[in-house]
Design a binder for this molecule. Structure first.
Ligand SMILES: NC(=O)c1ccc[n+]([C@@H]2O[C@H](COP(=O)([O-])OP(=O)(O)OC[C@H]3O[C@@H](n4cnc5c(N)ncnc54)[C@H](O)[C@@H]3O)[C@@H](O)[C@H]2O)c1
Length: 251
């Protein structure tokens, strides 16, 4: 499929996990792709890598300007960079709250703000935000992370309304637990990584974790010019975790 032929895309957090799978898929489908990441060292051709911290406005502006200059324009922005936090409201202090909200929410605002003047010039402009099932279901020990993703969901809807008349579509994906280096790090830090993995797998009706490629496929679907009538939506990529209520197996 070459639905992205001639289009230029920017993926934040594109050096690892979901972002990396997305950058590679968009390139395979014909896009010229730039990756913006804290650590773009491992980004390989044909992808272009740019160092930036989405938590810092100056750094974002510089990297977006350089990427757009090298790409020769911008049609697709994938706001994917994000960080985690564990605990209840009693466990994270104000500094943690400001740090995670700054990256997960304001980071998307910064890249969108820098990208919008360029997206307005595109005839197939699309923004896709990586949200989470944590925005739509109450997960234990994820108060701060869930609040940040709830804000991403609302931001997606607000941006979709603000920019629809400029021809810019805005959607988000809500992955369940995805098998990425991030989750690998969480499992490694657990007292019993195998038991932790089994618990996460059992939480999803499919009985397995979501793959980064499956999330990338959903992001590409929403970003594609073939999806021109789709804006202001949240697409679950969660193995049925949000929508299904199964009975125990065999009963
Ligand atoms: N893995 C999951 O289970 C899961 C589930 C739902 C949503 N998500 C979301 O998917 C996105 C990607 O997660 P992943 O699992 O692929 O993680 P990952 O840690 O494998 O990759 C994240 C990438 O973002 C980059 N990054 C982090 N902070 C940054 C910053 N301040 N500026 C620029 N780049 C930064 C990292 O360097 C890394 O390359 C995140 O927004 C996360 O919240 C993940």
């Amino acid at each position: 499929m070459s639905d992205f032929e001639g289009l230029k895309a920017l993926v934040t957090g594109g050096a690892s996990g979901i972002g990396r799978a997305t950058a590679e898929l968009l390139a395979a489908r014909g896009a010229q792709v730039a990756v913006l990441d804290l650590d773009p060292e491992g980004v390989q051709k044909p992808l272009l890598g740019y160092q930036a911290d989405v938590g810092d406005d100056e750094s974002v502006r510089r990297a977006v300007a350089a990427a757009v200059a090298d790409l020769g324009g911008l049609d697709v922005l994938v706001n994917n960079a994000g960080i985690g936090a564990q605990g209840t409201v009693e466990d994270n202090d104000d500094e943690d709250w400001h740090r995670v909200m700054n990256v997960n929410v304001v980071g998307m605002v910064r890249t969108s703000r820098a990208a919008l003047p360029h997206l307005r010039k595109s005839s197939h402009a699309a923004v896709v935000n990586t949200c989470s099932i944590a925005a739509t279901a109450g997960l234990p020990q994820r108060a701060l992370y869930s609040a940040s993703k709830g804000a991403v969901l609302s931001l997606t809807l607000a941006m979709a309304a603000d920019h629809i008349r400029e021809g810019i579509r805005v959607n988000c994906v809500n992955p369940g637990t995805a098998d990425t280096p991030w989750v690998g790090r969480l499992l490694d830090a657990a007292p019993d990584p195998a038991a932790e993995r089994a618990a996460l797998e059992a939480r999803q009706p499919t009985g397995r974790l979501v793959s980064a490629d499956e999330v990338a496929g959903a992001i590409a679907y929403l970003a594609s010019p073939l999806s021109g009538a789709t804006t202001g939506t949240a697409l679950a990529v969660d193995g049925g975790m949000q929508g299904l209520r199964l009975r125990p197996a065999g009963r």
